[in-house]
Design a protein around this ligand. Structure first.
Ligand code: C5P
Length: 402
């Protein structure tokens, strides 16, 4: 079995003699099914040529932050988003120090700051440099921030010393890279996700909608694909690119969304992250409504209830494992657990949209998940990408244990 099947790895090559092993590492990662893009530091290029790594990875090597041609092909932010894992091998003492300080003075360090993906380092340096308190403190700090360290190993070194600081062998690094991924917790699982707002037409030029950006639903789709799921994403009107390997269906109104979801069934898991309009105008005017001189100051629109997509799907005989969202501005947990029961859900994700740093359209989120036994699990505030991965892991666990 290829343990890195379709995984996307950015391999960062720093300036150490162990860079000669990076060529072998590209081979081993690809043997495991990974797609590899190589980024080299200036120092890395002194030890091994970009041409070697280009030939082995099958893609041009990324070298400079300010290279217009490379940026046009695949920009550094795009590369940061593309990656499922950024693996830096060799990671020199200098690179570790810059990463620990959050310095972004070349392509590789910038990419590490910009990525939401996991980051792992394979330190490689002289044993005295590794033992130095500065390096040790940097290693500690990087690990506290969630960056993994693979090694270093002990043994004889290129400089003639013996001790800790050798870069691990390519085979070992490839296995550890594979260990970074949830072992396909959602392998083959069909996931249906709703995202974004809906728009309910009033007349040909006006509609009613809400502030949902779709970011959370799109982040969930991406995390679910990473975890091996087959994802269908039914989205209202949003300004977001489709995550790779996701089947996206665009809809406008709540009724369109329901129809698209029903057509996408059966699904094993449903995550309803869309902010569906609860009401729509009873009649959509055929022509643009005019200011009516007889109606005084007001315009009265008769509204009717929209179908509840989540409750409808969770009520089917072939109901998926159903996860809802409760975006509230007050009495968060009480309202959320009420919805869990009313809509017959397995889990509900409560988030406080009154807090502007985690509300609609924000980059971050903080959530509490409530299950049928009303047990609560809180996830601290972080980027929507990170929350999405934590949430997918949690949902996968509960789905497997159902
Ligand atoms: O009842 P409320 O709209 O607060 O419930 C929120 C949850 O129900 C969300 O998961 C949302 O996606 C889903 N929902 C739906 N269809 C509706 C209204 C809400 O799927 N018409």
């Amino acid at each position: 079995m290829q343990r890195l099947y379709r995984k996307r790895i950015v391999l960062g090559v720093g300036g150490g003699i162990a860079a000669y092993k990076s060529a072998e590492l590209v081979r081993r990662l690809r043997d495991q099914g990974a797609e590899v893009r190589v980024v080299m530091t200036q120092g890395g290029r002194e030890f091994i040529t970009p041409l070697t790594l280009q030939a082995l990875s099958g893609h041009p090597v990324h070298l400079d932050l300010l290279d217009a041609a490379a940026e046009a092909a695949m920009g550094h932010i795009e590369l940061a988003r593309w990656a499922d894992l950024v693996l830096i091998a060799p990671a020199t003492a200098d690179l570790m120090a810059r990463l620990a300080q959050g310095i972004a003075n070349d392509l590789l360090t910038t990419l590490v700051l910009a990525t939401d993906a996991q980051v792992a380092l394979a330190p490689a340096m002289n044993q005295a440099m590794w033992r130095d308190p500065a390096t040790q403190a940097n290693a500690e700090l990087l690990q506290q921030r969630g960056i993994r360290l693979f090694g270093p190993g002990a043994g004889s070194q290129a400089c003639g010393d013996i001790g800790m600081g050798r870069m691990l062998e390519a085979d070992d690094l490839a296995q550890r890279a594979a260990d970074c991924f949830q072992r396909n917790v959602l392998d083959g699982v069909r996931l249906l996700i709703t995202a974004g707002p809906t728009q309910e037409n009033i007349d040909p030029v006006r509609y009613i909608t809400n502030h949902s950006s779709g970011k959370m639903g799109f982040a969930l789709a991406e995390a679910a694909v990473e975890a091996g799921a087959q994802v269908t994403l039914v989205s209202g009107p949003v300004f977001l690119p489709t995550p790779d390997r996701v089947q996206r269906i665009d809809v406008v109104s709540a009724r369109d969304m329901l129809a698209a979801c029903e057509a996408s069934m059966p699904a094993d898991i449903l995550i309803a992250a869309a902010a569906v309009a609860d009401y729509r105008p009873e009649v959509v005017a055929a022509h643009k409504l005019k200011k009516d001189p007889n109606s005084g100051d007001g315009l009265y629109l008769q509204m009717v209830r929209n179908p509840d997509i989540l409750a409808t799907l969770a009520g089917r005989p072939d109901r998926p494992f159903s996860v809802g969202f409760a975006a509230e501005t007050e009495n968060l947990l009480e309202y959320a657990s009420g919805k869990l029961k009313a809509k017959n859900l397995d889990l509900i994700v409560a988030n406080d949209v009154a807090n502007p740093s985690i509300g609609f359209n924000s980059e971050e989120n903080a959530i509490t998940v409530i299950d049928r036994q009303l047990r609560q699990t809180a996830f601290a505030q972080t980027s929507k990408g990170k929350i999405a991965r934590q949430l997918i892991t949690f949902i996968a666990d509960r789905y497997q244990a159902r």
